[in-house]
Design a protein around this ligand. Sequence first.
Ligand code: HEC
Length: 424
Amino acid sequence: MQRLLAVLASVCATALGAQEFTTLKGHGGPIMGLAMSPAGQIATASFDNSVGLWSEGGPIWLEGHEAAVTAVAFGPNGQLVTGSDDFTVRLWGDAPQVLGQHQGKVTSVQLSPDGQHVLSASWDGTLRLWPLAGGAAQVLQAPGTGINAAIFGPDGRHIFAATMNGQILRFDRQGSDVPLRLVTHGFGVTRLVAHGPWLAYGAVDGGTRVVRADTGAQLADFSLDRRPVLAMAHHAGTGQLAVGDGHGYIMMLDTRTWRITRDFKATRKGPVWALAFAPDGASIYAGGLDDVAYGWPVALLDEFKPGISGQRSFLRDAETMPNGERQFMRKCSICHALGPGPSRKAGPTLHGLFGRPAGSVPGYFYSPTLRNAQIVWGEDTIDALFDMGPDHYIPGSKMPMQVIAGAGDRADLIAYLKQATKKE
Ligand code: HEC
């Protein structure tokens, strides 16, 4: 018994040590956004439609979004906001609420330096400034293109927007509605960080550049052949800038000398979608295809093996599977579990699907359309669902548009589902 206690004590001691590799486990889909509160609490945004708020006792799940959560940010006073593929911007806390709605996917959210406004950007081509005190949003337009990211400048007066057609626009909140075109990059700009006189950006072609925030003149270029740049995080106190890309690397830059200090392969496979520093800048957290977010001590990055496996079942040896299973793994498994019991995936479990009325898994938050649909799932109805596509078969459902064109593929999928969803 004493030995067991000693072992437990040492496990606890290492788990609490700052210089440790950490894992945040519990989501049912990839991690698309990460944010760190001023007090050191981490929030994860996931493809499983939920937001995880992590503390030592485990995660608290914030539910409400009806599609993948794509962006998450804390404000200076600890306010938490998120944006989603369901087009909404949500404010959490004691009275969770939908702050507002875009007409396309929300790609980024941020609070103003004074904590009074939420800035959201969307593929609908607009930026919206939501006053937290209530009232209508101010709308700013990026003519003719979607917006991948938007941030406040450090003074709170300027707003920078990165567009899908490769521009960085600067809006002056006290000036005209017409933005200044600061940078023309040619490829979609994906991420922005602003600090003092500089602005750093990442792009679809693997470009990572630093420009002057007032003129757009180039200060440094760290472009690598690793595309696209998908994530950026900055730690002002230590001057570190982290850049995550589609090849799974985290490049660390020292913004005081503009040198690359580290280059770390964080995933065995797949992208780095999200990055956040711990409040002291000594650790960095990353998310990607795994359902888990990982944290590494920055000083020891080179000593760790890649943490993110990038292995999702739909990528695993798909070629060797029978066709029906392959169809499921590739097209359904990211959103649907097959086993009994609750799952944290974006869609309901398909366990016991055959003979089951639509919208009937207890505890799953269905759209009203599916909840009220008079459908019983069986060979014919599942076939029709993917022959016509959910958008035609049950218009208004939360299930994304998809068609499986081949009748043979549908038949194989249905045969596989019949066996894999069977109740004991
Ligand atoms: C990107 C996520 C996603 C993918 C991929 C996806 N689904 Fe779904 N599916 C959902 C969601 C969300 C719902 C619930 C829809 C609602 O409430 O309107 C759903 C509902 C369903 C339902 C109805 C379940 C019920 O309890 O009524 C079936 C059947 C289904 N999906 C089968 C599939 C199959 C088979 C595939 C692969 C060919 C697939 N889905 C791919 C997200 C997904």
